[in-house]
Structure formats: C-alpha cells, structure tokens
Write a protein that binds this ligand. Sequence first.
Ligand SMILES: *[C@@H]1O[C@H](CO)[C@@H](O)[C@H](O)[C@H]1NC(C)=O
Length: 587
Amino acid sequence: MVKRKDAAQPAAKSPATTPPTAKVAPPQQRPPAAGGVAEQQQPSKFRFATLLFRIASLAFALYTLYKRMYPPPSTVDLDLDNKARIRHAPIERDPLRQDAVLEAFKHSYRAYEKDAFGSDDYHPISHRGSNMSPAGPVGYFLIDSLDSLLLTGLTDEYRRARDWVEKLSFDLDDKFHTFEITIRVLGGLLSAYHYSGENDQMLLDKAVDLADRLLPAFETPSGLPMSFVNLAQRQGIPDPDNRGMTSVAEAGTLQLEFKYLSHLTGNRVYRDKVEKVMEVIRAQPSKDGLVPIFMTPDTGSFVLSDIRLGSRGDSYYEYLSKQYFQTNRTEPVYRQMHQVAMRGIAQHLVKKSTTRGLVYTSELLPRRNAATGQIELVDTPKQDHLVCFLGATLLLGVTDGNTLPVPPDESQFDEHETDDWYLGKQLIRTCVDTYVETKTGLAPEIVYFHTHPNDAKKYGREWFINSRKPGPDQEPPIDARNILRPETVESLFVAYRVTGDPIYREWGWKIFQAFEKHCRLPGGGYASIRDVDELPVRHEDRMETFWISETLKYLYLLFSDADVIPLDRYTLNTEAHPLPNFTPKYW
Ligand SMILES: *[C@@H]1O[C@H](CO)[C@@H](O)[C@H](O)[C@H]1NC(C)=O
C-alpha cells in the first residue's frame, strides 16, 4: 500500500487558524466551517490569525521542499502475505491512473514526433534524432511505437507514422543487428498489421521484405543465426566482438516473429529457419535446462561461458513457453523445455538474501580453480534489471495459456505450479525492492546481493550497486543508471492480470510516479538518469525506444480492463508487441 498523505499534514494540523484563503492546503483538508468563523472575528484577532497562517504556510512550504529533497524511506507494502489487505477486486480499468500514463505517453511520443520523427534514436535534451547507420533510418523507434499509438488511440499520430513507413526502404547498405531488428522492427510491423484488422497490406509487405533481408543471417553450417546482417547486400555478418559467436538470447528470440509471419503468408521458410535454431539448441546438452550464453554458428554447440538470466540469456527463457502459447499449445515440446528450465533455475540460480529473505537469482560464471586446475561454475549474486521479466514468465507458465479464475484456486496447483507461482511472486517483490529502496525510487541497471548478513545491516539494503567509488564528485558507475527499462512493470502487469491482487497496481503506480518525478523533461520526453541514488538526478540525453513500446505500454495495460490484450489469446514478443495466438495450418 502506498502511503502518500504525509506531506499534507502540517496544514491540516492547525484548522483553527486557517482563514478562507487557505489555498496551500488541499481542498479536502480544509475544515468546512472555517470560512464563516474567520469573517466574524475582531480585526486584531484576525491579524494575529493571518500572521499565524503565514507562518504555517511558510513552514509548510519549507516542509514540502524538505520532503522533496529528502523523500521518506520506503512506505511501500512489500508483504505479499498480508491477509489484511483488500485483495482480488475484479480487474477493471482504473481511469485516473490510466489517464496519467496516457498523458506521459503523449508527452513522450509527441516530443519524438516534433524533434526526431522517423529517426532511430531520440535525444530529448538536445531535441534531436540520430540513426544507427549513415545509410538511413530503419524504423527502429517509429515502427517500435506503431502498436502503442493504436492501443492508446493516437490515430492522427498513427496515420502520420504509418505513411512514413510506406516510404521507408530497407535497402540499407550497412550491418544491422539480427535480433534487435527482428524484435523491434519486424515485431512492430507484424503487430501493427494485426491491429489494422489484417487489412493494411503495405505493413505485411514491409514485414516480408524485411524478413527476406534477414534470412541470410541463418546461412551458417549449423543454422544458428549470425548476429548481424547487411540488409542491402542480404549477407549475414558474424559478431566481430565475440569471435563470431552468437548468444542464446539472440538465437532463441526470433521465433514468435518469424512463425507468425509464416502463418500470415503461408510461406513456411521463416518458420523453418527459426524452428531449426530451436532444434540445434535442443540437441545440445544443458545443465537441467540451463544453457551457457554463447554458441558457435559453425558447429552449433555451446561455448563455455556464463549461465545467466540477464543480458544474452534472458529472452531465450522467456520465449520457451511463449512459443507453446503462440501456436495454441500444439507444440508441447516448448512446454516441456519451459518446465525443465524453470526447475533448473529454481535448483541452481534462485537464492535468498541474508536478512530480509528477498528471493533473487544469481549467475554461474566458469572459473578455473587454481588448486585443482578444473573449471568450476562459481555462483555470483548479481541480478540485472533485465532478469525482472522472469516473474511474468513463471506466473504465465502456471496458467498454461488459459484464463484461470482470478484469483486462481491455488489448491488445484500441482507441486511445480505451486513452486513457480510462489517463485514468480517473490522475484517480482524483489525487483520492486530495487526501486523503492533507492533515493529516486527507480531501480539501477544491475544489483549485487550481500552474502553476509552484517553487510546488509551495515549498508541498510539487501543489495548494493557494484564498483561505486568513494568521494563526492566521482562518475557514477554504469550499473547505477536507470534507462527507463520495462521488465519490472512487465511482470507487474502480468502478475496483476493473473492474480488480481491490487498490490501490483500499487507498486506499478509507485514506480510510474518515480519516472514522472525524475525522468520527465518539461520540454517534452523522458530521459534516462545516471545514478538512481543521487539527488537531484543527472539526466542522459536519451529516451530509449522501449520506453514507448514497452514500459509505458505495460503501465497502460496494468490499469486497463482484462479484455484489452487478453493473455490467453495474445502472446507479447520480448519488445511488448502483441501477436495473436493461432493454430498452425502450414506445419
Ligand atoms: C485453439 O485450439 C482450440 C482447441 O483445439 C480451438 O477451439 C481454438 O479455436 C484454437 N484457437 C486458435 C486461436 O486457433
């Protein structure tokens, strides 16, 4: 529960001296009879009352300023088992909060449209756009925004954006990231096509053209994709920074987009390419469903590397159950892979913090043991914000693609469902903790958990931001940033839809307010911040595309009716583009 009434209290404490002009106090705090009483008072008494009122106003103003500079410690209810809380009201639109999110969306998109329309990246402080390649824009930002414009009813903006897409050419002679272009641009085109009532053929034609230019990425001995592709030359390019290796998230997060395209066009080739990737991954040995982050496209085998749920690993795990849901549960192999992976995560990666028992996930890093010379997997208590998708994956997995009654009858769950349900809720709670325990109320990119109870006590938090250097004017570490990421609000949205527990809306609202307070730019747009523990904040001149396509979309959906993008009929890709589930006709 969010407690926000503290700031109004000083004014309310002196009702007797409040004259009729008490504009500082919020209207509901004004005593109803005060006006009439003040007018009948003696002149000297009235002056005295005015003086008292001025002093009270000044004190209140100072107090408000103080509160703003030094916000109180977290008052967010993190107790998931608090039975006293009113639980499970029916899922209905919350118009006030949804309108606030809509206003933030307009403030963001309209700034982009004014300053940088069509550009791949947006810099809201310098009011300019930039492209990833000198060859020209690829629709990175604009196409990523299309379905959000439709969802929020910004039809004029949508029409202008759609007309821009019509003139866009993907004949760009430069290398582009296979995975990023697939999830943002191909995914954005496909969901916009769906929401056009599957009528706007131009969008489907663009999607086909783009996918055909991406297909050469799969021309490797194993069928695993190369990380880059030249869209004009239709040529795959191995990742020069990682000795040509591809990460498991890059390879395993193309399936929803390519399979839906095959379903729409009747052309199997897209599905066959991405299905082959899954077969290659499946043929490799895994550690109870956990896989290292790197693979070689030459051989199709894993390379000794980190096992983690953050960057380069994350959405591989997200897409297992989603592939099962997307094709209407006709491919049970993905249900199986999901369940094995979730067991592996619970067994090898899930940990509890030392004092407050927050559940988090760690990473396993291969290191050579100096004494034995053997390679060992060393447990590292590091959790990326990216990992916060996992709560949603666990909870959604338990529904098996159905709409369960809200709240579900937990006594009907089997042992594994009970585990996943509990784990999903606990991981989300921990992610929320990484927001509410910072000075800004915003989570850092990466946290490490204390492994010794004394440290948690000494530093006052269960976790810390690594490599922070002492001293006043140090550059903040890269881990301390908040770049408007969506994963926690994504999990809050899913958790609210499947549990009906209003605590998820309260947490989401709290997070939204922190974005409003610290990231919103008066001149338009929102900006990343460099250090979540620094007040006042320092902005970075960047508004990521996922702020529009994911973070604000998930917040908007958190406060919507349950029949807006129902989760038993839609599967959201990893960039929050909703794609309808279907029964395969062509394979
Ligand atoms: C999913 O499968 C069920 C049962 O076979 C069927 O009734 C339903 O129409 C299918 N849904 C879609 C979207 O294909």
